[in-house]
Design a protein around this ligand. Structure first.
Ligand code: MN
Length: 258
């Protein structure tokens, strides 16, 4: 079995080293990750500047691009083989609810999924790398469980994408895994302005909002209870329930189909 690891915090982040160490004995593992922190880069691809790949002393390869760039070039030529699984993380902080739209950790995993490869995004629910060993153990436990299912033609036609959040706790206080849907956050906090030494106003994107939908069944709720959450993600953003609602509007516009 072959596993490709990436992340969005950069190839030097403790989270990707911990994930590599936890998985390296389970399969042939290679790391291709961003050179710098690319958190909140979602699925962005770099189209207007060249990408360079370099190899760090520990064998990790790093790219002057985004998480999706890393997985994209790994799968389309750099690796020279097709991995059985793409994993991303372990992220420095939660990727729950609408975080998943912005997350580069999820973006890296999603890039694998879009190429038809099963993929998992791993995040710790709090920043700071406390209890990272416990989170890495949990990640390895899940991967070990899933690896046997990755053989065969079926998975190549029907890959999956999992978003996993692991509570930032000692191993003895993590209560196991639970499947959960995404919750929702309130809108982000206000932008923060500062003035630079030349008198120009600088804008800093504010923090993500607190949880708004964190009822039983959500990732927010389950992680708060001490569970590691597994959320299967899909990529189709179509609001299928509202297709019919918008049909008359389309029909009423010029050239619309009546
Ligand atoms: Mn990150």
């Amino acid at each position: 079995m072959k596993i490709l690891i990436s992340n969005d915090d950069g190839y030097q982040a403790p989270g990707i080293t911990a994930l590599y160490e936890a998985l390296k004995d389970l399969a042939d593992v290679e790391v291709v990750a961003p050179e710098h922190n690319n958190s909140a880069k979602s699925n962005a691809l770099t189209l207007h500047s060249p990408l360079y790949v370099q190899r760090a002393p520990n064998g990790f390869r790093y790219v002057n691009g985004t998480p999706a760039d890393c997985v994209h070039i790994a799968l389309t030529g750099l690796l020279g083989y097709r991995p059985d699984l793409v994993v991303s993380g372990i992220n420095n902080g939660a990727n729950m609810g609408d975080d998943t739209i912005y997350s580069g950790t999820v973006g890296a995993a999603m890039e694998g999924y879009l190429f038809g490869i099963p993929a998992i995004a791993f995040s710790q629910t709090e920043k700071g790398w406390a209890h990272l060993d416990a989170a890495a153990d949990k990640a390895a436990e899940l991967v070990r469980r899933l690896l046997p299912s990755l053989e065969g033609a079926q998975i190549r036609q029907d890959p999956w994408l999992l978003n996993v959040n692991i509570p930032c706790r000692p191993a003895s206080e993590i209560r196991g895994f639970k499947v959960a849907r995404l919750g929702r956050r309130h809108a982000a906090e206000a932008v923060i302005t500062q003035v630079n030494p030349r008198g120009d106003t600088m804008y800093w994107i504010g923090s993500a909002g607190p949880a708004k939908d964190d009822v039983d069944g959500t990732d927010f709720h389950a992680t708060q209870q001490g569970y590691a959450t597994i959320t299967p993600l899909q990529v189709d953003l179509t609001d299928h329930d509202r297709l019919a609602y918008w049909a008359p509007t389309a029909a009423a516009l010029s050239g619309g189909e009546r």
